[in-house]
Design a protein around this ligand. Sequence first.
Ligand code: FES
Length: 163
Amino acid sequence: MFSEATLERFAREVAKYPADQKQSAVMACLTIAQQELGWVTPEAERGIADYLGMAPIAVREVTTFYNMYNQQPVGQFKLNVCTNLPCQLRNGQKALEYLCSKLGIEDGGTTPDGVFTVQKCECLGACADAPVALVNDRQMVSYMSNERLDGLVDLLRAKAKAE
Ligand code: FES
């Protein structure tokens, strides 16, 4: 079910570990599968379990534990807003609610045009910069007041149009 290129990338990850510990590559393989498919499909989980000689439930546990793995299709830009306690005390929940209401979606939802997905998330390790959000699991944005959230949405929308 995986492309040749994906299988080659899996093999490179597995080669980093002793032969009897290839399961250690599970996170890397899930990341690679997600890059190829956009999300971690049930078939991909099973394929990775087979590939690494793991029980499918053990792969499922990893997918569901980490919020960077998409368990369903997501928009072009996934915005994770931290709502853990330190951020809650500095408007993290309000930032999430503002973003959801601005985009007309619920937490965990995707806009009908497929551009944005918004999700709450656990601590991003930048509590002092709250409210904080992560764009596509890579880029952290800090001090996200409503004005800064407006700016972020405008910027990403323009980027989506340009692509
Ligand atoms: S609690 Fe939000 S970044 Fe730590």
